[in-house]
Design a protein around this ligand. Sequence first.
Ligand code: ADE
Ligand code: ZN
Length: 339
Amino acid sequence: MSSDLVTFVAGLPKAELHLHIEGSLEPEQMFEFARRNRVAIPFDSVEQVRAAYDFSNLQDFLDIYYAGADVLRTEQDFHELALAYFRRAAADGVRHAEIFFDPQTHTDRGLPFAVAADGLLSGMVAAEAELGVSSKLILCFLRHLDEEAAFATLKAVEPWLDRIAGVGLDSSEVGHPPSKFQRVFARAGEMGLKRVAHAGEEGPPAYVHEALDLLRIDRMDHGNRSMEDEGLIRRLADERMTLTVCPLSNLKLCVVDDLADHPVPEMLRRGLHVTLNSDDPAYFGGYVADNYVRLAEATGLSREALVQMARNSFEGAFVDDAAKTRHLAEIDAYLAEVG
Ligand code: ADE
Ligand code: ZN
């Protein structure tokens, strides 16, 4: 890795808009929580855990990821998980993060909704005080579960409505189209929540159309397979839809065979509002700055393109215009400083 590029990217102010907090559980922390909570895990060492992170597709990963989340048992665990993520993110130049969590992964294990929600929210407050990184929390519905379960989750969130920015849709994509959750997303919209959804990661362009037309999303997670549909590319550009793309995730989950063939350069050429994100950094071998650096090294993306994606990250964030202006000015100041 070029050390100039690493330094440039780490200093570049950016937002992270696609991060599953359960996917930031590093193996060391998995052992620590397992010991503290007396939970058995099927690994003897950190090296053995890392060696198991060899995935052929999304489902392969999800099976291990949901098993890993079982060590999270207390509010303190969620608080520490969040704070550890924000410390790493801050070192990567992140000034604002919008983080996902999967409440059903925890409530289905018998944890009250409050354990994950309150632990994460207190971690976010602590991170802002310690690091100056602002954040928002987005709850994701697990799409392999049914509509009724998603509605129950939406009901459970009511006491936290003032502290939850939006809803998302994640987990196994193929076979679980956005249309399955049309009514849930309509209700979330009525409740004043923002709406995002994973679409076109493994699923076809038709799922991206559904996410736009039926879920009425404010932002698209992944969106890679939109590039197979000319009309869709034009539509995403015309609607200025922000895409939260995750290059190292795509590589680890075999959405792309080689980073050199990643669609981001073409997405940018076609006028799409691309942002770069880490998805599940503990599982995919890199935090957000690594995604910028490794993608640039593999594809030859220019520094201007990296800066454009950092700008896009603030423009696509769920913050007010004053905050966007302040963050964009910070990028300008950084560029003036580094020349
Ligand atoms: N949950 C965590 N990471 C995910 C991803 N990349 N796609 C779908 N669901 C997820
Ligand atoms: Zn994701």
